[in-house]
Design a protein around this ligand. Sequence first.
Ligand code: FDA
Length: 313
Amino acid sequence: MLREVLLQLAERSDVRDFIVTHRATRDLARRFVAGETLDDALHATRSLSAKGVRAILNHLGERVASLEEARRAAEDYRRLIERLHAEGLEAHVAVKLTQLGLDHGVDACAHHLEAVVAAAAEVGSFVAIDMENSRYTQATLDLFETVCRRHPTHVGVCVQAYLHRTARDVERLLRLGARVRLCKGAYLEPPAVALQRKEDVDEQFRRPMALLIERGACPAIATHDERLIAEAKLLARAFKRSADSFEFQMLYGVRRDLQQALRRAGYRVRVYVPYGREWYPYLTRRLAERPANLLFLMRALWAESRRNGRSAA
Ligand code: FDA
């Protein structure tokens, strides 16, 4: 119920305008977001790298209002890819297709995606396509397939275990030899489209995880769920996968202890590092995943309002 309310709020721009002005919310966002600028993100990437952890950089933004914004986002990504290459950082980028203009026409979005992936291919890097709300799933997979045919080793896509369709999608992606990231899924979806209970989602994660570890091209298991991570390790052993032929991926600011434990055990760990000013929907999804984060925020907002009340008095 709380998760649903929060995920509905993620789409409300009036609520966003109210929330982002609060210092307490901005402070909490800093836990999950590396900062507002590219330099902040590069700083976080270097810190991770010093601890043996790789990064995926995401310039926050989704469902842009115009094609001009989408064009600028694609241009930003091209510059980011060049900068990562120039600095010799072991990092790649992740994009959302609604940030590249998917709401404003498939052809324009395809054009922007091609430009970003071609820039990555030119320097031997990689672009991960995030998966958004299910109204974009088919278009995302279609656009991924098109660009994957031209740049097979330079682009990958995320699939969400909670969707009923995912087992079929994973089979198809495996036949294509695609590089896939498996996550649980972070959006509000109706029962006709996705499982609703966490236990069912956890259970449904297992089958695609096993398929990807058995047959996937450098698959990414993107979760902080210790039970699933333990099972992934057993599967990797059973299918004789070397520790550098797949990745565990986690989110910036979440379970740093687990990231380090996996790395120390010899596994490859990559952390998703978002940065930029458009952090509101991203933060709301992180709050929805863990109600304790919301309690922490409520306490900080309460303290902030008391401080403001005292200084006004
Ligand atoms: P689960 O929610 O069961 O959490 C397991 C444990 O992890 C919790 O008990 C807690 O300790 C910790 N934890 C999880 N979330 C936390 C949080 N927000 N704050 C503090 N602790 C937390 N989704 C999507 O729909 N499309 C996408 O493209 C992506 N991409 C993506 C990339 C990467 C690298 C990751 C790790 C995740 C995504 N996701 C995503 C998000 C994903 O769908 C899911 O919502 C989160 O990973 C949380 O689920 P867990 O698998 O961690 O399990």
